[in-house]
Design a protein around this ligand. Sequence first.
Ligand SMILES: Cc1cc2nc3c(=O)[nH]c(=O)nc-3n(C[C@H](O)[C@H](O)[C@H](O)COP(=O)(O)OP(=O)(O)OC[C@H]3O[C@@H](n4cnc5c(N)ncnc54)[C@H](O)[C@@H]3O)c2cc1C
Length: 371
Amino acid sequence: MIKRNFDIIIVGAGVSGLVLADEITKRTNKSVLLLEKEKNLRFEKNLCFWNIPYNILNKSADNKWKKVCVIIKGKKYSLNFSGIEYLRIKSNNLYKFFFSRLKKRKNFKIIMGANIKSFKSNNNIVEINTKNKIYTSHLLFDSRVDTELEKSKGLLQHFYGVEITFKENIINKDEVILMDIQNKKNNFNFIYILPFSKNKILVETTYFSKRTLSRFKYKQDIEMYMSRNYFGQKYKIRFCESGVIPMFKIIEKNVKNCIKIGTAGNWVKQSTGYSLQNSFIYSKQIVDCIIKEKYPKIRKNNFFNFLDNTFCKFIENNPEKAMQFFERFYKRNSLPVVVKFLTNTTNLFETLKIILSLPKISLIKSIFEIR
Ligand SMILES: Cc1cc2nc3c(=O)[nH]c(=O)nc-3n(C[C@H](O)[C@H](O)[C@H](O)COP(=O)(O)OP(=O)(O)OC[C@H]3O[C@@H](n4cnc5c(N)ncnc54)[C@H](O)[C@@H]3O)c2cc1C
């Protein structure tokens, strides 16, 4: 059996694996091996993020929108602010972006079609066996999610979306609908619209609840939305995406020198389901530690984690009050503060202002319900 040694092995060439591989190979001369189970990475999701804090994908985004809005009880709240944009990159373009940077680096190697099942960690050496090779390293970063999210008892963000191409140019391509909150009893559900061009949109139905639904139910939501908002228009569906994202902390199994990253490492912000911006922030922190020859550690902000937990508990126990929550959140706060809050970068004053704008009594009750 051939044995090959690397300083660092990363499992999974998804968002967190690629951002981390890029950061390590850019800032250190450590040798990095990236192992990915798929033979080819394709377009399977749309990844969106705010243009602040700046990251290297800003310039490569497929779409940039200056206008965003939310619709609550049929009323539209426009949330525009000069300098703030909502960006979208197709997952395949994100992969291409990082592959083209990484392939120029001598300290980087990727193996596609390597489905990693297990590894051993002994005396500061991690060993991974594939069909005919053994790879060893001092550190392993692993983006495989071990938990079966659908079977967990925690709150989930689950969604299904389709890309719709209309026959006619009928779309206002300048404005994203972040949330069109649907009036559903005992269930928090909203429709998310990304307009890609004058005749192409992504329509996604999203739930914050403990149980996922059948594909039929999500499709029914979209059909109903389409018939309410685009009655009589002819369209075709060419692409669909779906996801289940934890809105709770995944318990990480601590194995020495093996560190979970991405969704598996709780890099997703619990209240939003977004992890792209965190991937940049946490990868930088990991590499800061590697450069200082310290064990990699991420500095998660406990206060924001606590607020996220409180929010998730609130939604779990009061789905019927979520509409009022979001109405206050978006109506009473300016877009720059909202964006900073969603990316954990508000200062104490801004954070307090946001908290005071929300339904306080229900939120305080939720604090006592956090286990
Ligand atoms: C449809 C969808 C849309 C999303 N939209 C957004 C968004 O707009 N903005 C945002 O910030 N976040 C979004 N997210 C959430 C999150 O940012 C993404 O899921 C992101 O891809 C998570 O990164 P990751 O590295 O943890 O996982 P992934 O990007 O899924 O990467 C994991 C990689 O590991 C590989 N892998 C798995 N098992 C093995 C194995 N055994 N051996 C080797 N390789 C393996 C997989 O093939 C995959 O390539 C979205 C999620 C989904 C599902």
